[in-house]
Ligand binder design. Structure first.
Ligand SMILES: NC(=O)c1ccc[n+]([C@@H]2O[C@H](COP(=O)([O-])OP(=O)(O)OC[C@H]3O[C@@H](n4cnc5c(N)ncnc54)[C@H](O)[C@@H]3O)[C@@H](O)[C@H]2O)c1
Ligand SMILES: [Zn+2]
Length: 280
């Protein structure tokens, strides 16, 4: 066991019924004037963006929506959104989506500079500092990206996926509202639920495991094993879905304190070369 360990987490996390209702308060606290929303066409097509946007409209804050993002983007595709974000003059980032959307939004939050981009961070991830605060609203349960300092992009020339780690990317605010995963298709719910399960197991068994990561990994494991099937199979099981959302956040906290191991190491070539979805 390591003798030194630490825990870094988002500034505030809101969960439970109508957690999305906290959006106006978060904007007021941060004096948000112009918002940029990262999402993707799948989220919009499922009608999910409407839930947080209804709360955003209450605030009257000007909003730009960036949604031209494929699942599991390459660093080039993610950089395109970062560049659009630079042009739009926003002062706060809200991400509504799965790991692909949240990772891209987190990269944007540290890349509002022309000095370097995602390509440069692949070699030197530590050089970037936070430029804009972020609110993460996950729609899968999930990658735990809303808790972690990691962003994963595909690097086509290497046929690999690569993780960029920088604690400046840890979200400022997180909203875990089960309404966002209520209609998550069964296949995605299962794959992303197993991703969270793998996070918990790998963080607990890692050489880097420590009292902080053990606490979150074990609790996540218990919650996932007891809820994943119902959350996937029963569209009305909001308690199980809410528990999965919490558990994937906990597993993300465990990643931050410890780290994933062999199974996730395999996912980098499997995703990069064969384009197999991360959770699968
Ligand atoms: N940063 C981290 O710590 C971390 C950890 C694990 C994985 N990841 C990365 O996250 C990405 C995978 O994220 P993911 O598994 O959340 O999937 P995703 O974000 O790639 O989304 C997959 C598909 O599901 C759709 N979708 C998402 N939520 C939906 C909903 N509620 N209803 C209907 N459709 C929905 C999306 O539109 C998309 O088409 C990979 O790039 C992976 O490497 C990051
Ligand atoms: Zn994972």
């Amino acid at each position: 066991m390591l003798t030194k360990y630490e825990l870094k987490m988002p500034h505030a996390v809101y969960s439970g019924e109508d957690a999305l209702g906290r959006i106006p308060e978060i904007f007021a606290t941060n004096g948000v004037k112009r918002l940029v929303v990262f999402t993707d066409k799948g989220i919009e097509g499922a009608g999910l963006l409407e839930f947080p946007m209804a709360k955003v409209r209450e605030t009257g804050v000007e909003t730009v929506i960036l949604d031209d993002l494929p699942a599991e983007p390459s660093y080039i595709e993610a950089q395109k959104l970062v560049d659009q974000c630079k042009q739009c003059g926003a002062d706060f980032i809200m991400a509504v989506g799965g790991g692909s959307v949240m990772d891209t939004a987190k990269l944007a939050s540290i890349l509002m500079t022309d000095e370097y981009g995602i390509k440069e961070l692949l070699d030197e991830p530590g050089r970037a500092k936070k430029c804009m605060k972020t609110l993460m609203i996950p729609t899968t349960a999930g990658t735990g990206s809303e808790a972690t300092p990691n962003a994963i992009v595909a690097v086509p020339e290497k046929q690999l996926k690569v993780g960029i780690v920088n604690t400046e990317m840890i979200a400022d605010y997180v909203i875990l509202d089960a309404v966002m995963i209520k209609k998550l298709p069964r296949k995605i719910a299962a794959a992303t639920g197993v991703d969270a399960l793998a996070h918990a197991i790998e963080c607990f068994t890692s050489n880097k495991a420590n009292p902080f990561s053990d606490l979150f990994a074990l609790q996540a494991l218990d919650m996932i094993l007891n809820n994943i099937e119902r959350a996937c199979d029963d569209p009305e099981a909001m308690d199980a879905k809410n528990t999965m959302l919490l558990a994937s956040f906990y597993a993300g906290v465990a990643i931050t304190a410890s780290g994933t191991t062999a199974v996730h190491a395999l996912s980098y070539p499997l995703g990069g070369k064969y384009h197999i979805a991360h959770g699968v």
